[in-house]
Structures are given as C-alpha cells and as structure tokens.
Design a protein around this ligand. Sequence first.
Ligand SMILES: [Zn+2]
Length: 172
Amino acid sequence: MRCPTHCLRETVSQHPASPGVIADDERLSRAGYGPTTHYKKGKVTAQIVRKTDILNGGTLSLWRTPAGNEALLDIAENKLRANTPAGQWLYDHFIPTARDFRAIVLPDGKRGFSVVDDCETGSGPDPMHCGLKVCDHIGPLTDEDERYIILKTALWKLFKSNPRDTHTPSTP
Ligand SMILES: [Zn+2]
C-alpha cells in the first residue's frame, strides 16, 4: 500500500546510496534502550518515539532489512547496540515491517506515515538507513493535536508488539 497521491518520496528512490524504494515486506529495525531511556518498570513506554521524531518534518530513524534475512538483522542489531546511550543497554530490537507502518491510518482513513529510503545517518550515508515521516497531506502537527497522539500511540503499540524473537538483550 504505497502513498503516491500524498508522498511521492515513497515511490522514488531518495538517495544515491539507497538500494531502492522500500518494499512492504522489509523489516524496519528500532532499538529499545533500557533501563530508563525507553522503559519504565521493565515495560517499553511511549518515549520510544520522541516529539522531534515526528513533529515539524522530523524523521524517525530506522534500519531496513530484506524479508527473511537473519544475517542482515544481526547487522542491524549490532548497529543499534553500537548506538546505545551511555549508561543504557539494548533491551529490545523491534522489527515491524514496512507494511505495518504503512497500515497506520487516521480516523479519516488516510495514511499516517510514509517510509523513505533516506540513507543519511548524521555521520555519513548508510544503505541500510531509512526513515519514517508523517504524510504530507496531514500538514503541521503540534503535540496537543489529537492526530499526533493517535500516530504516536500507534507507533508505540506497533513497536511493542514486534520484538525480534532471537534478540539477545545486552547486559551491563
Ligand atoms: Zn503519504
């Protein structure tokens, strides 16, 4: 389910380092860092998505892996582990599919997010890096907007329900 009427960036490759636009069955990795960054009393919280990730044209960073490629998921997991904040550990490796993100809709039935093959990591391009952006048709959101709450909550639930089974949590 692409979004050609709203977000052309999802149907046209966006970066010279990209292997191409993102297929529905690709896994998109996100880290859950604990014990406090994304967790409270051992449960992942809505803090796994920050305001700046989705408001004001922000991009939620993800790492893409073709369907069924466990070796590349291991590589993605190592990237997440390498980016662990000081004093934290990689508690979970969440792996929803691109289709899962594309299925998030607002009450009006319109798509909430587009998935973009944006390879910029902040420290150079990486072909595995991609991003999630709020669809253009939604327009500017504030953190008090009901649609923002709906979208943020949908992402939180999506991550919570898609941990990687073979993930081995880091230990201090
Ligand atoms: Zn869109």
